[in-house]
Design a protein around this ligand. Structure first.
Ligand code: SF4
Ligand code: SF4
Length: 107
């Protein structure tokens, strides 16, 4: 009897599968995707570089230089947590595969 009710339920319910990549998957709240960096708000304090456990952020205050190499990032979000101006945050983008090293550099 249980089997019969399961069959009927499964016949009428929507499919569990998603049509990714044809429809973009919605990310959950607090998702740690590709960084979003607002150069205009950055004060080049270097706190993000100091907090990064894998040393993948480079900051030179005098030259107003800021760079992040995503290929080494472990997406821990420490850099976002310490940024005083909130100009750096981990966004929702998760499609980052590339065979070009320069595609992993955020400036
Ligand atoms: S998310 Fe973590 S590993 Fe990636 S750049 Fe920020 S502090 Fe570094
Ligand atoms: S912590 Fe924020 S303001 Fe400071 S250098 Fe990093 S991104 Fe810029």
């Amino acid at each position: 009897m249980k089997m019969l009710s399961d069959i009927i339920k499964n016949l009428v319910r929507k499919p569990s599968t998603e049509k990714y990549p044809y429809t973009k998957k919605k990310t959950p709240k607090g998702f740690r995707g590709k960084h979003e960096y607002d150069r205009e708000k950055c004060i080049y304090c270097g706190l993000c570089a100091k907090a990064c456990p894998v040393h993948t952020i480079g900051v030179i205050r005098d030259k107003k230089f800021w760079q992040l190499d995503l290929s080494k990032c472990i997406f821990c979000a420490r850099c976002e947590e310490v940024c005083p101006t909130k100009c750096l945050k981990l966004g929702n983008e998760f499609e980052m595969a590339s065979d070009k090293k320069e595609d992993f550099i955020i400036k």
